[in-house]
Design a protein around this ligand. Structure first.
Ligand code: ZN
Length: 467
């Protein structure tokens, strides 16, 4: 879409996802270029933008696209994996038997198809922004560009990083550091060029010092238990020099804590803090086995923590104490850890797990909405230096339309109930990202999904043999 073209999404229930969870019945959204310019009643918006291209969303639900704050597209070709995988009795065995074998087998062509196929699944489920953590420990150089290529083609909004680790030796570690730096510098120079070429609009001035809001980079680190002191120091220093955050798995399993204490006398978050890994642009995924002191460190440093309940239950690693971390002021968001492409599924589980875990039916009723809808907006807006995740004037235009005809009123204040008990990813019909229609009436407009899925299936069969 050109800078000045206008698109209206008209009619239906429009959920703004503001603090009050406002729902406009018979509302409309006006998009100019890549931003929301106005929201309001359908009649008012239609009269102000007479003649604009219009998507008819009558009787449907219109809401901002969803944000996945921690995922792994490299695992997309592992679904239904048929390979000789030993049964695992612990989290570290799951990594050794499955995920580390997969990431060592991935070629750059596998990485490209995995990202392309994963992107299709995300878009179909209404996700418009992802923060991805990539691993392909033999084919490292250029791997982030191999992820970015199909994502750019699909139109998704993304932040990427490569998983630095000492687990495969010094060569892979150094290549991992170099790949993060290469990609972050490439992103920075591309964004400067985009800003120079921009015709204006909020956040797009060449002197604003901000990115273009659509793509970005972080410095990726696997986890404390596969990282030596020197590597943590180099990675955190590099992130500071590049002006980006770190993205790491923290205290996902008790084995991470035991390793950290035995090698440093510090618990995981304390060890990360000592090397400068924490900070407002850094993401610590999981944080299940953290104590009060570590929770305070996460809150004081402004570090983003991402909760991934389905993956945690699947790996039997425990449950993060989300209510207490939120109460301590930690900015906590929601991700899928690659377990599913549907943030709707993840929200349902986030709603249930804390109640189940605490044995207290008063706990957890607002966790899903707070993490996924409110806090993921804050996280994405911080990492992309722009306004993402709300339907309000000036925000980047990521909008989804769902075929949702509820048997009860959908109104301001009760969106959480519809989210948990009504909505699913399969209701998503139309997806707009950055003002572009990426999926219309369930048909992807930017890529040939049938061709990608067919090639991915062929590639997956070959990949499984190489594992
Ligand atoms: Zn992860």
């Amino acid at each position: 879409m050109s800078a000045g073209s206008t698109l209206l999404v008209r009619g239906g229930h429009v959920a703004l996802l503001d603090d009050e969870l406002t729902v406009l019945n018979d509302g409309a959204v006006a998009i100019v270029g890549n931003r929301v310019e106005a929201v309001g009643s359908a009649a008012d918006i239609a009269s102000r933008y007479d003649g604009a291209e219009t998507i008819d969303a009558s009787g449907k639900l219109v809401m901002p696209g969803l944000i996945n704050a921690h995922t792994h597209l490299y695992s997309a070709l592992a679904r239904g994996l048929v390979a000789d995988i030993e049964p695992s009795s612990s989290f570290t065995e799951i990594l050794e038997h499955l995920w580390w074998r997969l990431d060592r087998a991935l070629t750059l062509d596998d990485v490209r198809l995995s990202a392309a196929a994963g992107a299709i699944d995300l878009i179909r489920n209404g996700t418009t922004t992802i923060i991805d953590h990539h691993a392909s420990q033999v084919h490292i150089d250029g791997s982030l560009s191999a992820v970015a290529e199909p994502l750019n083609e699909s139109g998704l909004r993304f932040n990427l990083c490569f998983e630095i680790s000492d687990r495969d030796g010094e060569g892979a570690r150094d290549a991992g550091l170099a790949e993060n730096e290469r990609f972050a510098r490439l992103e920075a120079s591309r964004q400067v060029a985009t800003r120079r070429g921009s015709t204006g609009g909020p956040g797009s001035s060449p002197d604003s010092g901000r990115g273009d809001g659509r793509t970005g980079a972080s410095v990726g680190l696997h986890a404390s238990f596969t990282l030596d002191d020197g590597t943590l120091e180099r990675a955190a220093g590099m992130a500071a020099d590049l002006g980006v955050g770190c993205h790491i798995h923290a205290a996902e399993d008790v084995a991470d804590v035991e390793d950290s204490v035995s090698r440093s006398g510090k618990r995981v978050v304390e060890r990360l803090e000592a090397f400068g890994v924490l900070g407002p642009r850094s993401i610590a995924a999981h944080c299940i086995h953290v104590n009060e002191r570590e929770t305070a460190l996460l809150a004081e440093s402004g570090t983003i923590v991402v909760h991934n309940p389905q993956s945690n239950m699947n790996n039997a690693v425990g449950c993060a104490d989300v209510p207490s971390m939120l109460g301590s002021g930690v900015l906590m968001g929601l991700g899928t850890d690659g377990f599913t492409a549907s943030m709707f599924d993840e929200m349902k589980v986030a709603n249930l797990i804390h109640r189940h875990q605490s044995g207290d039916p008063r706990v957890g009723h607002d966790v899903a909405a707070r993490l996924c809808l409110m806090n993921n907006q804050t996280i994405a807006s911080r990492l992309f230096d722009d306004r993402i995740g709300r339907l309000e004037p000036g925000a980047l235009a990521d909008v989804i339309v769902l075929d949702y005809d509820p048997p009860t009123p959908l109104q301001t204040g009760n969106f959480g109930g519809h989210l948990i008990f009504g909505l699913t990813g399969w209701m998503v019909e139309t997806v707009i990202i950055d003002g572009r229609v990426i999926m219309r009436d369930r048909e992807l407009t930017t890529v040939d999904s049938g061709d990608i899925q067919a090639r991915a299936r062929e590639r997956a069969r070959d990949l499984w043999k190489r594992m």
